[in-house]
Design a protein around this ligand. Structure first.
Ligand code: COA
Length: 203
């Protein structure tokens, strides 16, 4: 049965998610956004109202298309009692034994391998790789072509930047920013910003 989906947010990331909704054969009802006027046309649909107006559409499914992990978490926690849509691009490869939480999006050509667990409201971006037995916590963002080798854990709200790589059997705690192209070879146990090869803390 086709689902009726409302996307929260109306920026570039929201377009990518709207495209997945359509490619999945579901119905994109429209967008809720706090910075665009209701009635504005956006990505061949319309802005229906601001984010607080979700209650008018409570029978629909929602996905929060906001890249900032902390803001995505705040909105998800505010939207009690709604059904969240999980967006999985038809070209994503999801192995057996994988679990994916509600409100998460898995974009084109991403691979999630055997027995990996992905939490709620995560962004598993274009062509990123989550290898076997990974544990990805809620509100994580894995940027395009980032790659996590086997048995990696990633804490809540951590953002792994574009093209970053994480060695197998490595743990990254919550609230970490891993910079673009960074290679993580040792576990990260303190929140902050890490860059370079191998990763070093800069903030
Ligand atoms: C890591 C990052 C968040 C740092 O941004 P910032 O907090 O504004 O920090 P700055 O730009 O002031 O950089 C701090 C230092 O780290 C260096 N640095 C920043 N990002 C780096 C990276 N990815 N690799 C290596 N060094 C980096 C800077 O050159 C600077 O060094 P300096 O102090 O010697 O001049 C940002 O550069 C980054 O990589 N973001 C990832 C973006 C991304 O992947 N987007 C995908 C969205 S889908």
């Amino acid at each position: 049965m086709h689902k009726d989906v409302i996307v929260i947010g109306a920026g570039g990331h929201a377009k990518v998610i709207a495209d997945i909704v359509r490619k999945s054969g579901d119905n994109l009802i429209g967008f809720l956004d706090d910075s665009k006027q209701a009635g504005t046309e956006f990505f061949d649909a319309f802005i229906l109202g601001n984010t607080d107006s979700y209650q008018e559409y409570i029978q629909k499914e929602f996905i929060i298309a906001i890249g900032n992990n902390a803001i995505r978490e705040q909105i998800a926690k505010k939207m009690q009692g709604v059904t969240f849509y999980t967006a999985i691009h038809p070209t994503a490869v999801i192995a057996e034994g994988v679990t994916i939480g509600e409100g998460t999006c898995v974009m084109a050509n991403a691979v999630i391998n055997a027995d990996a667990r992905v939490g709620k409201h995560c962004i598993i971006n274009t062509a990123s790789v989550i290898e076997h037995d990974n544990q990805i916590s809620d509100y994580v963002h894995l940027s395009p072509v980032a790659a996590l080798a086997g048995t990696v854990t990633v804490g809540e709200r951590t953002h792994v930047g574009i093209g970053a790589k994480v060695k197998n059997n490595t743990d990254i705690c919550a609230d970490v920013m891993v910079g673009a192209g960074t290679v993580v070879v040792n576990s990260i146990t303190e929140k902050g910003t890490y860059v370079g090869v191998p990763a070093r803390k800069v903030k």
